[in-house]
Structures are given as structure tokens and as C-alpha cells.
Design a protein around this ligand. Structure first.
Ligand code: GSH
Length: 193
């Protein structure tokens, strides 16, 4: 199995896929959608225009990290387990915080007024989601083992730091980043800058 992976070196969702593929020993070629013409390739294969999008060597194209990861973990058994319902809920909470933070990051860059009620709510959503996620770490359900939800959390927290998008201050969250960020799959996929 080999992958063509459309994405950018800074995208936290794409980094999840890069970490997972590295851990599973699945070779991939990153097609950087910031490079000239590559966004057109993405648009031609993916109706959502979102990254990560992958093409397997059998020609199959998939988008959305959760779906891509379902297929990847179904490969070599036992290395990274498929997620149970609770793990999926944890990823959904992490995604809710991350999606809100990404949207606010781009709007801030475009000088949008972030004080309007809907965007204030998005900011509060990050806090709410991450408070619950922090709780999951504190009770030992998240961040202890190299699972898909731990990969999602570490890559999200590092993106929050990279973009100063949300303060990663809680000791439990700092502990998770410290525990995993030196692993080669994380080191080798860290965003430049
Ligand atoms: N639910 C998607 C989210 C992917 C996503 O939002 N990716 C961002 C980059 S980090 C993106 O493609 N954004 C497109 C845009 O902002 O136009 C997944 O899990 O793959």
C-alpha cells in the first residue's frame, strides 16, 4: 500500500494522517496544495476541497481524516487499534475545538471582526470542547497510549501553539505533548516554523 496525500506541511488534520502512515510504515507522497497547480489536483479529485485527501495505489480516492484512518488501521493488525465509540467521541470533541480554531484563525488573518456573537460562540466552543478533552486526559482515558485520539490531540495542541490559536496551559495537556512530541513520527511531521 502507498498513498498520494494532498495536504500542507502545517495542516493539523493532514499531520494526523502523516503520523499514522509513518507509524504503520505506509509510504506516502505529500502533494503540497500550497504549491502552484496542486490545489487544482485536489479540486479535481475531492468535492469538499479539504485536506487530507488521499489516493491509494489501487486508484481509490478518500477524503476526511477519520475515514482515511479507518482504512489505514484496518491494514497491519494491532499496531494502532481501530477506535471504539468513546474514542470516536473524543476525536469529535477535539475536532469541534480544532474546526472552530481553524475558522477563527483564517478569519483573523482576513481582518474579520471576531466580536460578533456567532464568532464569540466559536471561541467559547473551543474552551468547552477542550475542557472536556482535558478531563478525559486527567482521568486517564486519553493521551496514555498511541491511539488515533491521542494522535489527534497531540497534533491539535501543537497546531494551537504554532498558530497561537488557543492557550495550551493545563498541566495535563502539556504532559501529553511532552510525552509524545519527541517520537519520530511526530518529530518528522512537525510544521516548519
Ligand atoms: N473533517 C475533516 C477536516 C479537514 C479540514 O478542515 N482541513 C482543513 C485544513 S487543516 C481544510 O482543508 N480547509 C480547507 C479550507 O479552509 O478551505 C477531516 O477530518 O479531514
Amino acid at each position: 500500500m502507498a498513498l498520494t496525500l494532498w495536504g500542507t506541511p502545517t495542516s493539523p488534520y493532514v499531520r494526523r494522517t502523516r503520523v499514522l502512515a509513518t507509524e504503520l510504515g505506509v509510504p506516502f507522497t505529500l502533494r503540497n496544495t500550497n504549491d502552484p497547480g496542486v490545489q487544482d489536483e485536489l479540486v479535481a479529485v475531492c468535492p469538499t476541497w479539504k485536506i487530507p485527501t488521499v489516493r491509494f495505489d489501487d486508484g481509490r480516492v478518500l477524503w476526511d481524516s477519520a475515514i482515511i484512518h479507518d482504512v489505514l488501521v484496518a491494514g497491519p493488525p494491532g499496531v494502532i487499534p481501530a477506535l471504539d465509540l468513546d474514542g470516536r467521541l473524543r476525536i469529535a470533541a477535539i475536532d469541534a475545538g480544532l474546526d472552530a480554531a481553524i475558522a477563527l484563525f483564517y478569519m483573523k488573518r482576513d481582518a474579520v471582526d471576531l466580536g460578533v456573537p456567532y464568532l464569540v460562540k466559536q471561541r467559547a466552543r473551543i474552551d468547552a470542547a477542550m475542557t472536556w478533552v482535558t478531563d478525559q486526559v486527567e482521568v486517564g482515558r486519553l493521551g496514555q497510549a498511541l491511539t488515533l485520539d491521542t494522535i489527534a490531540l497531540v497534533t491539535t495542541l501543537e497546531w494551537f501553539k504554532l498558530r497561537s490559536a488557543w492557550p495550551v496551559q493545563h498541566a495535563a495537556l502539556i504532559g501529553v505533548v511532552d510525552r509524545w512530541s519527541g517520537r519520530p513520527s511526530f518529530v518528522g511531521t512537525r510544521a516548519p516554523g
